[in-house]
Write a protein that binds this ligand. Structure first.
Ligand SMILES: Cc1cc2nc3c(=O)[nH]c(=O)nc-3n(C[C@H](O)[C@H](O)[C@H](O)COP(=O)(O)O)c2cc1C
Length: 306
């Protein structure tokens, strides 16, 4: 018998728990020649904002040992063009769509975008990106429990869609922020966004990224992400979508074992665009081999008794 891979996140029923991470899969269409998109658990789109954004100046990415730095700076066509140009294509894919939304410095924009998308029936869920490290802020919303609570509760009031809050690892205690998101009515949390880093060209003594600092992703951050998912799992009741350096089935399994209900694949899509379907197959095989009939039996199954 095939193991049951389906999971529930808020009102969202997913046939499997393998998602793609915001910003690493465009608006879905870019990957359609590489894999059958309908096999995915859900697609999380590149973050959109109320108004179009050109993003940060180049260079915006560079490779690092076991990962990459990026400072895209939320380049996107804006809400109106997203609805006119991207959504019609996304709608044709038989897969739940999670729209990642953000604002630069104005919470009213978050509310406006969420209120608008609440009326769009093809949108199943919203992910609040309150953790992008690549915009010129003194402090991110997700670096303060009070600001997180205020923003999430305001968005909660304007939408009945499943609400996911995306957390930043650039904090001392991520569980405080997760608890604030839960208390404010978030249906789930996703973690982690990228870690702020820097890389220098030693010949020119210039930073490799125009904005000096940028977000680190890829396998380098996986142990940190796994640790944070484990910490959050022990403190909240809502589901966790885990991500950070997932490259294959084995790394995805780590996240389920420490308590993630679903996982998102980011940087690995650039290396192997088929990686998500390989992980879905690998997960099925692992569950069969270990005689586990439901993914829920794997979630939080960490053995830590001495
Ligand atoms: C090029 C690039 C662009 C990204 N853009 C976004 C974005 O628009 N919104 C967002 O919430 N996260 C964005 N992220 C962060 C990823 O969604 C993810 O949280 C992070 O990269 C960790 O996962 P990974 O190590 O599997 O890439 C971006 C990451 C990369 C590498």
């Amino acid at each position: 018998m095939q193991p049951n891979l389906s999971v529930t996140i808020g009102k969202l029923k997913l046939k499997n728990p393998i998602l793609v991470a915001s910003g690493t899969f465009g608006y879905g269409e870019e990957f359609k020649d590489f894999l059958d998109l309908s096999k995915l658990g859900a697609i999380v789109t590149k973050t959109i904002t109320l108004n179009p954004r050109q993003g940060n100046p180049a260079p915006r990415t560079c490779e690092t040992p076991a990962g990459m730095l990026n400072s895209i700076g939320l380049e996107n066509p804006g809400l109106e063009a997203f609805i006119a140009e991207k959504l019609p294509i996304l709608k044709k894919i038989d897969v739940p769509i999670i729209i990642s939304i953000a604002s630069l410095d104005n919470p009213e924009e978050f509310i406006a975008v969420a209120r608008h998308l609440d009326k769009v029936k093809e949108v199943q869920a919203l992910e609040l990106n309150i953790s992008c490290p690549n915009i010129q802020h003194t402090r991110l919303i997700s670096q303060d429990p009070k600001s997180t609570y205020n923003l999430v509760s305001r968005v909660r009031k304007v939408t009945r869609k499943t609400l996911i809050t995306k957390l930043s690892p650039n904090v001392t205690d991520i569980t405080e922020i997760a608890k604030a998101a839960q208390a404010a009515g978030s249906d789930a949390v996703s973690l982690i966004n990228t870690l702020t880093g820097m890389s220098i060209d030693t010949e020119t003594k210039r930073p490799k990224i125009a904005t000096l600092t940028a977000g680190l992703s890829g396998p380098a951050i996986r142990p940190l992400a796994v640790r944070m998912v484990w910490e959050v799992y022990q403190k909240i009741k809502i589901p966790i979508i885990g991500m950070g350096g997932i490259m294959d089935t084995s790394s995805a399994l780590e996240f389920f074992i420490v308590g993630a209900t679903a996982i998102s694949v980011g940087t690995a899509n650039f290396i192997n665009p088929k990686v998500t379907v390989e992980i879905i197959d690998g997960l099925k095989k692992y569950l069969l081999r270990n005689k586990i009939n439901s993914i829920y039996k794997l979630i939080g199954s960490l053995e830590c008794k001495k």
